[in-house]
Each structure stands twice: as C-alpha cells, then as structure tokens.
Design a protein around this ligand. Structure first.
Ligand SMILES: [Zn+2]
Ligand SMILES: [Zn+2]
Length: 329
C-alpha cells in the first residue's frame, strides 16, 4: 500500500509498505499532522527511528473484521492510537496517560490501512452514518483534544471565577481556547504571529499582547509552546493559589527556573501533562459531537498524502493550524 514514509531527518517520501496482517483493519480516511510528528521529522524522536510511517490522529472505515465483531465492516470509526491497561497503580489512580503497559495500534496512519490489535475494541469509537465522509473530518481532532482535556482537568478552572491565559496560539493553544470557550470560561491567548492572531480573533477568541497582560491576573496559565524559558516569563502572571501548566513537550534534562516564593508564599503550583487517558479520549469524542462546527474551523488545510513534505513545511512555518492528510484530498 502507499504510505508517506519518514525517510530521514527532514525527509518524507511516498513509498510502498506491507498491508497490515491483523484480523481487524481500518481504511484510513484522514490523519491530522500532530506537533509530535513535526518535532519527529525535523528534530528526531527516541521512539521513531526512520524509515517509518508516522501519524496517529486518524479516523476511517473498518475494512476487515471477523464475524460478530463489535464494529462491522463499513463502520466509520475514530481510533485512539493507544490506551492504558486499566490495572496498574497509575491506571487505578486515574492517570491512564502514565501507564507503562499501554496497547497501541500497530503502525502510523499516514498510509491507506492500519491494523488494529485483537482486544482493542475499547479504543474504537463509532461515528454513525453520515452520507458524506468529509463531515467526519473534524473527528481527526479527537486525539489532540483528548490531550488538551487531560491538561484542563489538572487546571480545575471554574466558570465565573477563573481567568485562563494560553501562551501560544498554535493548533493546541487554539484547542484550549475553543474548549474553555465552550465551557463558558474566560480565556485569552498570547500569540506573536499577526496571521495567527487575526484568524484566532476571527473565531471570537480574545488575543492579547504580552505587553498588555498584568502580573497576578490569571488563576491558570497554559504554556503551549515548547520553550522552557516561557515558564519563568509567565509565572509572575499567575495569581495566588493558581496553577501553571507545562503542556508543550520540553526536552528531558532541561531545567526550569522558577521563583521559590511563588511556590511557597503564593501557593502557585506547576503541573505538567503529556498525552491522554481513555477517559479523555471519550470526553473529546463527545465534546466534538456536541459542537462539530466549533472545532471544524481549526482544520485549515486538507492535502493528499503525496503532498506530505509540503504540508509539514507549511506547518513548520506556522502557515496553517491543523492540516489533514489523506488519499481523498
Ligand atoms: Zn497528536
Ligand atoms: Zn496501566
């Protein structure tokens, strides 16, 4: 089958890869390009050694399944790229994202077919019966929204009380703002790019300049840019008893410089989060279902798998929000 292969640092090329051998197979309709895919292609990643196929934010149609399978052939589904064991100490404490014994789909989804392991039904969500496949494209956002919901659960912002500042108006920062907006929580984004700022404002999101935000103004601050120094820059904006969330991935071994008095006297907590648990994935799925139009606008480009390299470059230069790749486009 035709796949977009991550060949070497900075290089993506179309090539043939073997068809999946699993008993259950999903024909991929579309896959979103994730920040992790972008980081992997341009900076490398310890889990993904080229040559390999990336992509995990996908949906599609069951194209092969045994008799009596919970999702018959032809069902439209969105699939969690992994889910937790449900039995270890982390899982039992509600931290499925930290589980060491996760189940994974067998390959990346920048391709035509993905194999689904036996016993994976919990990670599959049925989409229903729309006539036009394009109507389902928004569900490629389920995985990134699940990661955002994981972070939002840690912040515990409340309508009528909380003021949230999201640092970075890329696709993930925008998802935070869209979700908080849906919850009725006061949220603003700091985004230096004029192009992104005007698009975000057009969606009704409050965009502020860094110079205009006041110290102690926010009870929750989300760092949605992978730059460690932003933690020290934005910590003074968190009000007493508030929380700063390190959402974007920061390299292992890098240090954060934080004011000890902020943690002790002002009782500000600093939290991190990475990935999602199955509970967050389910919640993201229901959230999108409740207001598809709110999230659909985040998908600014849909390109054929063959244009993968171009799509990654567009995203690297911040020329897009979410890009979907698929054979249909
Ligand atoms: Zn992702
Ligand atoms: Zn577990």
């Amino acid at each position: 089958m035709n796949s977009l292969i991550y060949k070497a640092l900075g290089v993506l090329e179309m090539g043939a890869t073997p068809e999946p051998v699993e008993n259950v197979v999903v024909r991929v309709e579309a896959t979103g390009i994730c920040g992790t895919d972008l980081k992997t292609v341009y900076k490398g990643h310890r889990f993904f050694t080229p040559p390999c196929v990336l992509g995990h934010e996908f949906y599609g149609q069951i194209s092969k399944a045994p008799e009596g399978y919970a999702f018959p052939v032809g069902s439209w589904v969105v699939v969690a790229p992994y889910f937790e064991c449900g039995r270890c100490s982390w899982c039992l404490n509600g931290h499925g994202d930290l589980c060491n014994d996760k189940a994974y789909v067998s390959s990346g989804s920048f391709t035509e077919h993905v194999g689904i392991p036996d016993g994976y039904e919990k990670g599959i969500f049925a989409l229903g019966h729309k006539v036009n496949a394009a109507d389902y494209d928004v569900y490629a956002l389920t995985e990134p929204l699940a990661c955002v919901i994981n972070g939002i659960q840690r912040l515990e912002a409340k309508p009528g009380y909380s003021k949230v500042l999201v640092v970075g108006g890329g696709p993930m920062g925008a998802l935070f703002a869209l979700y908080y907006g849906q919850m009725g929580i006061d949220v603003s984004i700091v985004e230096p790019s004029e192009v992104r700022s005007s698009i975000l404002s057009g969606w009704g999101i409050d965009v502020v300049k860094q110079a205009d935000v006041k110290p102690g103004d926010y009870d929750s601050v989300v760092i949605a840019v992978n730059k460690a120094s932003l933690v020290s820059d934005y910590l003074p904006l968190v009000r007493k008893g508030g929380c700063l969330l390190v959402f974007s991935g920061l390299p292992k071994g890098e240090s954060l410089i934080i004011d000890a008095g902020a943690v002790h006297y002002s009782e500000i907590s600093i939290k991190g989060c990475s990935g999602f648990g199955l509970e967050h994935f389910g919640k993201a799925f229901e959230t999108i279902k409740a207001d598809e139009a709110r999230y659909r606008k985040l998908i600014t480009h849909k390109l054929n798998l063959k244009d993968g390299q171009k799509a990654f470059e567009l995203l690297k230069d911040a020329g897009a929000f979410k890009i979907l790749l698929g054979s249909r486009f």
